[in-house]
Design a protein around this ligand. Sequence first.
Ligand code: SAH
Length: 392
Amino acid sequence: MTILPLIPTSPDTPDAVVTRRRPAMPPRHLADLDLAGRRAAVTDLGEPAFRAKQLSTHYFGRLVRDPAAMTDLPAASRARLAEDLLPTLLTPQREMACDDGATRKTLWRLHDDAMVESVLMGYPDRITACVSSQAGCGMACPFCATGQAGLTRNLSVAEIVDQVVYLAGVAASGAVTGSPPRLSRVVFMGMGEPMANYPRVIQAVRRLVAPAPEGLGLSQRHITVSTVGLVPAMRRLITEELSVTLALSLHAPDDDLRDELVPVNQRWKVAEVLDAAFDYAAQTGRRISIEYALIRDVNDQPWRADLLGRLLHGKLAHVNLIPLNPTPGSKWDASPKPVEREFVRRLREAGVATTVRDTRGREIDGACGQLAASELTVVDAGGATADAEVER
Ligand code: SAH
């Protein structure tokens, strides 16, 4: 890849010159800052420092972002504070629901017209938000819809956090029928590779777990960060003293096949990536989750189940098998159920805890690996409709 020089832009720079500039990050938002940073920001505006806590309580504690509703702030300050610290980062472009309203996908437009998606999944005992860490993804896994379009840009800390805060508001409104109104879990399994946007993802996690009003007060154990296996970033994660759950998208137990399914394996091999994951488990005491999309006649052979079983036997790990969600134009399909059952049986026989993931959101292209915002916009322009779809 060629790194292009950064071209300074000015109002009179011809368009042709600026087309290749670095993607513009969004305006600063209070979720980009810790409480001390927010205090500094409000005093810079000539407001007393305690306004930082008031604003934070609205945003993180009450999930309120409309300045008009912030009646404890002087009317004269509200607009200025909101403009400076609560700029609109995500505009919901389209919202779709399926599974009787228990799964909802939101397509967001960002300030620079980049698009990302998040998915909210309601269960009888919990609500989980699946969020994006990048617009697009640069990892190029051939079975993943997001991977096909390439990377647009990293999301900012606040763009990540704001997806969760917004979805927590949807949950609190009672919109997810049959589930408690509190969003309690977050998985970084939307668009993007979290470990490729490392500092921002870590900051976002810190904001999500900080007690209100500094953050959203979620439990670290209820946050899952999923990675293709960027070993240096995984090793750095071990030093953060966080106890989030680490998911490793393995998909093959042997380098030959993993080199193809997860191209970054050409750089960091199965043994190395598993070592880093096991070290994370040892450091945190948290069981790692090995993600394995079962692809018919590609990675679902009994010998691969046995090999995976040997690699994981006795380790603090469990396997989460994902029936492949076929993506448009892909030559691959999910494994037949009997093959899947045999794969599970062999892993369990090897003493490895194994579950098969449910396939939420398939009809709205909101299931694992189906997120591809650019394609969705094309469909949108064509005016396609789905039964349970909510247009905004
Ligand atoms: N880049 C991170 C985060 C994306 S998470 C990662 O790869 O872990 C999305 C999860 O869904 C990953 O485990 C990914 O491998 C898996 N996935 C991608 N495409 C899929 C598909 N078509 N069917 C089933 N799972 C898929």
